[in-house]
Design a protein around this ligand. Structure first.
Ligand SMILES: Cc1ncc(COP(=O)(O)O)c(C=O)c1O
Length: 424
């Protein structure tokens, strides 16, 4: 008789482990109706200069405070938040920006939108975030910034990255799109970088509708970001003077009103996920072949958008990660592959050209021997994506403790029946 669900045996989990997301109740309903009836759907005129009665200002202040930073600026998406970060740091044609090979495309496309060149660094096999050693080896006189992604919500080593960036006089951008509510050394993610970008689209751990946030402690970067997102106008009396060719990335009051309420839930949700995550790590200690990522002691909270963990084939009787993953899904645990394939493997990079002119790579402002992405090789990013990394969504980590027990039970069942698993 087969034991494993993938072979017709009974399933370990007979409920949907994913909690409903995004979370909302009558508070959001009232907030949205309140904005609707107020006739004030955007941050206009007077409010732009006086921090008037605007949901956006309230949301921004609460967001910055939550993450122990100073200034936050709500913008249209996470991608445009990152674009704004790079613009404030002066990224333009001819500039290189170092980004991790394993991340969502926006962490690199924000560079290309600014006509910069993304340079891919490898990731640290201990926690799947950008490897500071790899970053330092890639710095050239053209490097203008590093985009450090808190992958899956795991805070990067912003101490080491900050030291490197200061030494070379380049900017450090945190891409915290997966990490709202996380903490490094007791302070919110993003607050350790020069400037940070967050996505708040509905799938993220802070869901407000479409939207993003730029966050910084630096007043001049904030003012630049403000100018960039508001069509190149400064804040203040002289605001009708357009001082910078820019764009319009404003967010509306509706999303901000929802965001204000979502923020009041973030602390509790982040704690639930963090406690569940530590419980899973402990539970996996007795299951050879499965292990949690290393959590540096300076990570004081990981609020996982994706809970990445490791499948070690050699310690799991040589079973392939995909055999395990499919069998786990059949047991009722929705499980994905960890970080995406390295970005340089996508066809856009292989072609080395994203416009008819060849700019910004084949461009007089760049190198005479421009980068050839087909020759980039980040061994850890490739190995981890192909053979090792698995992930569960934040919606699962938000569940009750008994759900974590079911996940561990499914892991243990596959481990106990490795011989049967091998036949799949
Ligand atoms: C790491 C990372 N950065 C940036 C973004 C871009 O966010 P948005 O989709 O809001 O533009 C995402 C979105 O998934 C992301 O995962």
């Amino acid at each position: 008789m087969p034991k494993l669900a993938i072979n017709g045996g009974s399933k370990t989990v007979n409920r949907d482990l994913r909690q409903p997301w995004p979370v909302h109740d009558e508070r959001e309903e009232n907030a949205v109706v309140g904005v609707l009836r107020s006739h004030k759907w955007w941050r206009s005129g007077f409010d732009y200069y006086n921090h008037g009665d605007s949901k956006l200002y309230a949301f921004e202040q609460a967001f910055a405070e939550f993450h122990n930073s100073k200034y936050a600026l709500a913008v249209s998406t996470g991608t445009t938040a990152l674009e704004t970060c790079l613009r404030t740091l002066g990224v333009e044609a001819g500039c290189e920006v170092i980004v991790p090979a394993s991340t969502y495309i926006a962490s690199a496309s924000c560079v290309m939108i600014c006509n910069g060149i993304p340079i891919f660094a490898d990731i640290d096999p201990r926690n799947y975030t950008i490897d500071p050693k790899s970053v330092e080896a890639l710095i050239t006189p053209r490097t203008r910034a590093v985009v450090a992604v808190d992958m899956g919500g795991m805070p990067c080593d912003t101490d080491a990255l900050g030291d490197i960036c200061r030494k070379h006089n380049i900017g450090l951008v945190s891409d915290c799109s997966h990490a709202h509510g996380g903490q490094w050394r007791g302070k919110g993610v993003g607050s350790h970088a020069d400037i940070a970008g967050f996505s708040c689209m509905p799938g993220k751990v802070l869901a407000i509708g479409e939207g993003g946030v730029v966050m910084t402690r630096d007043e001049s970067l904030y003012e630049k970001a403000f100018r960039y997102h508001h069509a190149g106008r400064d804040r203040g009396e002289e605001s009708l003077n357009f001082t910078w060719p820019a764009t319009t990335l404003r967010l509306g009051e509706f999303e901000a009103a929802i965001g204000l309420i979502a923020l009041t839930r973030l602390e509790e949700q982040a704690e639930i996920r963090w406690e569940n995550l530590k419980y899973l790590h402990k539970g996996m200690e007795s299951i050879p072949g499965l292990t949690g990522l290393d959590i540096d002691e300076r990570v004081t909270r990981w609020n996982p958008y994706r809970w990445h963990f490791k499948f070690i084939s050699e310690e799991f009787e040589g079973i392939h990660r995909e055999q395990f993953r499919k069998a786990l899904q059949a047991e009722g645990v929705p499980c994905g592959i960890g970080p995406t394939k390295p970005l340089y493997q996508f066809s856009m990079f292989a072609s080395g050209k994203w416009g008819e002119t060849g700019c910004p790579i084949r461009c007089p402002l760049y190198r005479a021997d421009p980068i050839d992405y087909t020759r980039v090789y980040c061994p850890e990013a490739e190995r981890i994506h192909e053979t090792e990394a698995l992930d569960l969504t934040h919606r699962i980590l938000l569940g009750p403790r008994e759900n974590m027990d079911l996940i561990l039970e499914a892991f243990q069942k596959l481990r106990n029946n490795a011989d049967e698993l091998k036949t799949n």
